[in-house]
Write a protein that binds this ligand. Structure first.
Ligand SMILES: [Zn+2]
Length: 427
């Protein structure tokens, strides 16, 4: 039994429960405003409209968005490089920003000067966080925005935050116990790591720890892992779908019936070939148009595949819901919360002239991602521990991840085959 009631109410009832007709009117109003604003102040958005021979006045409905070409996230590193730091997509000069984050790619992500820029409070409220919670925030605080997105929202809600960041497992267990922590934010696999470490150190988590609620993101949450956390450790575990560019794109409520789409943006699920909108239940790319006046993203293709439902949710929130994420549009994927890209595999190989071919393989064991770099050596080159540790070091530098190195015989990896092979199952 949870000590406080974490499964009722809303953070912003007026907005979250808007009747469908009013919700549509609200969103369309916001859409028209941001079209004008972005066209006027963001040079890259204006160029995008001009290339498509469009004016903001031609975008009056959600259906009209189909006229605008999708800007793929995979192209952002190049677009930014051509026009540093943000590719012309921001409406303000960099000195007016509150923070600039760096995501792998690299992609530079702005945080504007607005109060409550990330608007993540209602997300955490829906997940069961309440004023007075003591929350261990294990998302990274450096370079990427995840740590601060959650931190700012928790503080705004009246929670006390322990900015724990990533790693330091033993110390983090001690903090959970000593500070009587009630909430966790971070990846689902690190939560499991902490609970297992606690048991290893002689704690009985259900008896000795005060943890009640967890918000997880940045990784898939398999239902088997959620069940283990909820039933095995008596936690309320809800997930969100956040990106460094947009912030929250979807979040679960008490019903765990998909991820509600926040009122600050429009999500379209689109056909990969045509860019046209798909209906409920049809799988396509998640394309976002947000109402963010600092960094308006207009038809931004996230590279994630999902499908939505417009069935009412018993919780009372009236937004559409993304039922779940089902994969990526390209080989780019996340390992332990970090994006890896085919180009990074090429970069690793380029640094080691002794290697003929290579492939990154992702598997999963005990609810943890495992990364293996399979390599074929050039004829006449012998495998060695030195080469192995040099490769481990290069993977760490390029991907910021630990990997196992596996030497395979010549001819094992197909010519022109996948650079990243994702063999994970998410049951
Ligand atoms: Zn709901």
């Amino acid at each position: 039994m949870l000590k406080s009631d974490r499964t009722t109410g809303f953070y912003d009832p007026a907005l979250e429960t808007l009747p469908p007709k009013e919700r549509e009117a609200y969103v369309i109003q916001k859409l028209r405003e941001i079209m004008d604003y972005a066209y006027t102040y963001a040079p890259a958005i204006r160029a995008k409209f001009e290339e498509a021979h469009l004016t903001p006045q031609q975008i009056q409905t959600i259906k009209d968005l189909e006229k605008i070409p999708v800007t793929k996230k995979d192209r952002l590193p190049q677009l930014q490089k051509e026009n540093l730091p943000f590719g012309g997509f921001t409406t303000v000069p960099p000195h007016q920003l509150k923070r600039i984050y760096v995501s792998p790619g690299p992609i530079y992500d702005p945080q504007g000067p607005e109060e409550r820029y990330w608007r993540c409070e209602k997300v955490l409220y829906a997940a069961g966080f309440r004023k007075g919670d003591r929350v261990q925030n294990t998302f990274a605080y450096h370079l990427t925005p995840a740590g601060l997105i959650l931190d700012e929202a928790l503080v705004a809600m009246g929670c006390t935050v322990i900015p724990a960041g990533v790693g330091n497992t033993e110390l983090q267990v001690k903090i959970l116990y000593d500070l009587k922590v009630t909430g966790y934010t971070g990846t689902p696999s690190f939560l499991m790591t902490l609970l297992r470490k606690a048991e290893e150190l002689g704690y009985q988590p259900r008896k000795d720890l005060t943890l009640e609620v967890a918000f997880v993101a940045a990784e898939m949450l398999p239902e088997s892992l959620r069940t283990e956390l909820e039933e095995g450790y008596h936690l309320l575990v809800r997930q969100g779908y956040l990106t460094a560019d947009v912030g929250t794109i979807g979040y679960e409520c008490r019903e765990k019936s998909g991820m509600h789409i926040p009122e600050e943006l429009i999500v379209e699920i689109v056909d990969l070939e045509t860019g046209n909108q798909l209906g409920p239940g049809e799988v396509g790319e998640v394309v976002v148009t947000n109402f963010n006046k600092t960094y308006p993203l207009i038809r931004f293709g996230t590279g994630d595949l999902s499908y939505f439902t417009d069935e009412p949710c018993p919780c009372g929130r009236t937004s559409h819901r993304l039922v779940k994420l089902v994969g990526r549009t390209s080989e780019t994927t996340k390992v332990r919360g970090m994006f890896i890209r085919p180009g990074q595999v090429d970069e690793i190989l380029a640094r080691h002239p002794d290697i003929a071919r290579g492939q990154a393989v992702i598997t999963r064991a005990h609810h943890q991602d495992e990364l293996t770099l399979r390599v074929e050596l050039k004829p006449g080159i012998m495998e060695s521990d030195t080469l192995k540790s040099q490769l481990e070091q290069t993977v760490r530098e390029v991907m910021k991840l630990r990997a196992m190195i596996e030497f395979v015989p010549g001819g094992t990896l197909p010519e022109g085959g996948k650079k990243i092979l994702d063999e994970r199952k998410w049951d």
